[in-house]
Write a protein that binds this ligand. Structure first.
Ligand code: URA
Length: 337
């Protein structure tokens, strides 16, 4: 058993000649990145979704209309489905994954992600673990960028190495271990009071984040520590009038509690792009924020000015949470970060 299986897309010219995966330019870049992440390539089992070379090195050459698709698999590229005649490659891949029986399967790019998870969207899913559901189910997957994409877009390289560093840690055990957090949602006024009374005294740093829609705050989250948070909703689309609070006196009392916590110098606060939140709170609600001490977006930017700064990206790099993409059911609420 090797602890890591690495799956690429398909043979290129060099691989087709050698009949071995990752022996050409992409393979050399992969070895360099693995090395920088502390992974010994010789400890990994390497293969491809297709151990054959697509004409013109274009994976589209294996694709056709939905009528010719492998049953149970979505399109690999918009409107383009892998043709059923290539299904044998998936059987071969499945046998290989089972015999390697690694703790972790690294999917390099969209094609292995499609083959093992029936999903695409590598930039949203990279850096986060998920369980395989296609070809063979039950294996822990970690998608990241394909080395050929790194060679074309050099700015993807640091992120790919960070993902491979996570892969090294994840390869120590086969199951998915998510952080344990207690998140209070849909609280009553007295739940909010008890939460603040219990967790704010002695809190060293209070995480604060608002969600907005138009010029309204739809909810505010407070987190007094890494494993606990409360989400205070104001908008609830399931309710008549879309107001979470059914009683005006309670809503006013909640806003007063929120304004008091935000207006106090202590506990010090950490925001994600707080410049936006703090200005919004003042402009739309005349709530003043004091004690805004840290900002995750700015701290991250100071460390990695070349990298993305959104919460989804930060979550993939600094936490063991699943993909942000799958956490939100609606996408109607927009804000700048
Ligand atoms: N690209 C791949 O996806 N696999 C290889 O083996 C070589 C290049």
């Amino acid at each position: 058993m090797t602890n890591i299986t690495i799956i690429g897309e398909a043979y290129g010219e060099a691989e087709d000649k050698a009949k071995r995966p990752f022996v050409g330019a992409s393979g050399q870049e992969l070895s360099r990145m693995l090395n920088e992440a502390g992974i010994d390539r010789s400890d990994c089992f390497l293969t491809n979704v297709f151990n054959i070379r697509p004409p013109g090195n274009k994976i589209e050459a294996f694709c056709g209309p939905k009528a010719e698709a492998i049953p149970g698999f979505p399109a690999l590229i918009k409107g383009k489905h892998v043709r059923k005649e290539f299904e044998n490659e998936l059987y071969r891949l499945g046998d290989e994954v089972l015999s390697a029986d690694s703790n972790l399967v690294i999917c390099l790019g969209n094609t292995p992600l499609w083959a093992m998870a029936g999903q695409t969207g590598i930039s949203k899913l990279r850096g986060t673990t998920l369980v395989s559901s296609h070809t063979v189910s039950g294996y822990k997957l970690l998608p990241t960028y394909h080395p050929a994409a790194v060679l074309r877009q050099w700015e993807l390289r640091p992120t790919t190495i960070v993902d491979l560093m996570k892969a090294k840690r994840e390869a120590e055990y086969p199951e998915i271990r998510r952080p344990k957090r207690e998140i209070h949602i849909e609280p009553s006024l007295s739940d909010i009071r008890s939460f603040f009374n219990e967790y704010l005294p002695g809190c060293r740093c209070l995480g604060v984040d608002i969600e907005t829609s138009g010029n309204q705050i739809t909810c505010i989250g407070f987190s007094p520590g890494t494993n606990r948070a409360i989400v205070i909703p104001f908008v609830d689309s399931r309710r008549v009038g879309r107001n979470y609070w059914t009683n005006q006196a309670d809503e006013l009392a909640v806003w007063k509690l929120v304004a008091d916590v935000l207006g106090a110098a202590n506990p010090p606060k950490v925001f994600q792009n707080g410049v936006y939140d703090i200005a919004f709170l003042w402009r739309s609600y005349r709530i003043k924020v004091r004690g805004a001490q840290h900002d995750t977006m700015l701290l991250h930017h100071a460390l990695h000015p070349e990298a993305l700064k959104g919460l989804g990206y930060l979550g993939s790099v600094y936490t063991d949470e699943g993909s942000w993409k799958h956490m939100r059911k609606t996408s109607t609420i927009k804000r700048d970060e």
